[in-house]
Write a protein that binds this ligand. Structure first.
Ligand SMILES: NC(=O)c1ccc[n+]([C@@H]2O[C@H](COP(=O)([O-])OP(=O)(O)OC[C@H]3O[C@@H](n4cnc5c(N)ncnc54)[C@H](OP(=O)(O)O)[C@@H]3O)[C@@H](O)[C@H]2O)c1
Length: 223
């Protein structure tokens, strides 16, 4: 995919991996729409920030209505918004569990369903789901987060098979610990962290592969 010809939507665009991806893609010439709850300073003419809580179905629809009024279709969707929730199972708050699934799992579905029709019509498009190494291997006190990311990987795998005949690529990204705001409220301090910019660049290099190559997943670990 040629980034500079791209209409891209990135969720979770106010910090971390999402913000870095928006900036990198805009710098390469893409027209980027960033969805997030916090207002973000307008720091690039090719990035439009659409203040959106991705757990709110109507808000998601409003954001995609805005994008699809301006453009015939979205070329690239990055489902990146997400957060971590850790703790022993009896201490997990059921409302937080629901909020986690709504953000990490249901939101990618809500966004994907809005871009697929246009992608099918044009027989091209890329959907990138930001999962985690926690979506591949469970660990103690990770039941909520791992469940959300395992499920997201299941969503990606099925969607990939559903859409590959339509010329649409679905990629699953599984990063390990990355230096973002992610760990701020989790009580976890990882020993080693990857730099946000490096992770975003790795994701971008995958997206930039020619359209007839389907990079189905990427796992990135700190060394
Ligand atoms: N950092 C890591 O070690 C790591 C490792 C593996 C996977 N990941 C995954 O990478 C993704 C990005 O996380 P990050 O590390 O870049 O963390 P981050 O800096 O905390 O960024 C998370 C982003 O998600 C957005 N977000 C959260 N809830 C949202 C909601 N309801 N509606 C809209 N946006 C929402 C936040 O924006 P607002 O608060 O402005 O809404 C923020 O922009 C997540 O899916 C995370 O699970 C991270």
């Amino acid at each position: 995919m040629i980034i500079k010809e791209c209409i891209a939507v990135v969720t979770g665009a106010s910090s971390g991996i999402g913000l870095e991806l928006c900036r990198l893609m805009a710098a390469e010439g893409a027209e980027v729409y960033g969805l997030c709850r916090r207002p973000v300073p307008h720091d690039h003419p090719r990035i439009s920030w659409l203040q959106t809580d991705v757990t709110d179905r109507l808000a998601v629809d409003r954001a995609f209505d805005t994008v699809l009024k301006r453009h015939r279709a979205v070329d690239l969707l990055v489902n990146n918004a997400g957060f971590g929730l850790f703790g022993s199972v009896e201490t997990l708050d059921p409302d937080e569990w629901q909020r986690l699934l709504a953000t990490n799992l249901t939101a990618p579905f809500l966004c994907t369903r809005r871009v697929v029709p246009g992608m099918k019509e044009r027989k091209r498009g890329t959907i990138v789901n930001i999962s985690s190494i926690a979506g591949k291997r469970g660990f103690a006190n990770g039941s909520a987060y791992c469940a959300s990311k395992f499920a997201l990987n299941g969503f990606s795998e099925s969607l990939r098979e559903e859409l590959r005949g339509e010329g649409i690529r679905v990629c699953s990204i599984n990063p390990g610990s990355t230096a973002t705001e992610f760990f701020q409220h989790t009580g976890i301090e990882p020993k080693k962290l990857m730099r946000t910019e490096d992770v975003a660049r790795a994701i971008l290099s995958l997206i930039e592969l020619p359209d007839d190559i389907l990079p189905d997943q990427l796992v990135l670990r700190p060394l």
